[in-house]
Write a protein that binds this ligand. Structure first.
Ligand code: ADP
Length: 185
């Protein structure tokens, strides 16, 4: 099974998608984690993306696409995978569709975590990750609105979208996600 998690920073994509991946026995792929890891290891890619991460801007599509093409070819993705934080632009979504079509493994479901701005800001300020300061948080929310939110329509038109209220407790949100997965099994 291949599932995309869509939603603004702070919506809970990481927490929920890690749990779901374990439950389903499929791989969890977070492009954000992969980019941060590259940066810590100071690889060529890591050095290239550092400024984007610090400023809360999306890294260029091609860099993310290369990572995803390599990562999804590994054996642990054979039974399926969850894309957490990818795609984030229409161009990325189109490229993912092409990649998965070539491999005859299309997406099964897109889960959108829906939550309002006020709650997001509260959560992000509490989280306090390295790239979580007021300026980058606001830039990341902007990037989401401008570049990623259009994916809601993109996936809705393809009949893949399932929207879940992400304002409740982690447990309630998870149960709603499991129900969405069951509905396409
Ligand atoms: P969050 O969703 O909480 O902001 P992520 O870990 O998903 O955190 O992403 C952190 C940063 O990594 C983003 O702000 C962005 O700079 C970069 N990034 C992650 N995924 C992508 C992607 N698919 N396309 C472009 N940039 C990305």
């Amino acid at each position: 099974m291949r599932i995309v998690f869509l939603g603004p920073p702070g919506a809970g994509k990481g927490t929920q998608s890690v749990r779901l991946a374990k439950e389903l026995g499929i791989a969890h792929l977070s492009t954000g984690e992969m980019l941060r890891a590259a940066r810590v290891r100071r690889t060529d890619l890591g050095l290239l993306v550092a400024d984007y991460l610090d400023n809360g801007q999306l890294v260029p599509d091609q860099m993310v696409l290369d990572i995803v093409a390599d990562r999804t070819a590994l054996a642990d993705c054979q039974p399926g995978c969850i894309f957490d934080g990818f795609p984030r632009t229409i161009a990325q979504a189109e490229a993912l569709d092409r990649l998965l079509a070539q491999r005859h493994t299309p997406l099964d479901l897109v889960i959108e975590l829906v939550i309002d701005q006020g709650e997001l800001l509260k959560r992000l300020m509490k989280r306090g990750r390295g790239d979580d300061n007021m300026a980058t948080i606001q830039q990341r929310l902007q990037s989401y609105e401008n570049q990623t939110a259009p994916l809601v329509k993109y996936y809705s038109e393809r009949r893949l979208l399932n929207s879940v209220n992400a304002a409740g407790s982690a447990e309630d949100v998870y149960n709603a996600i499991v129900a969405a997965v069951e509905s396409v099994k």
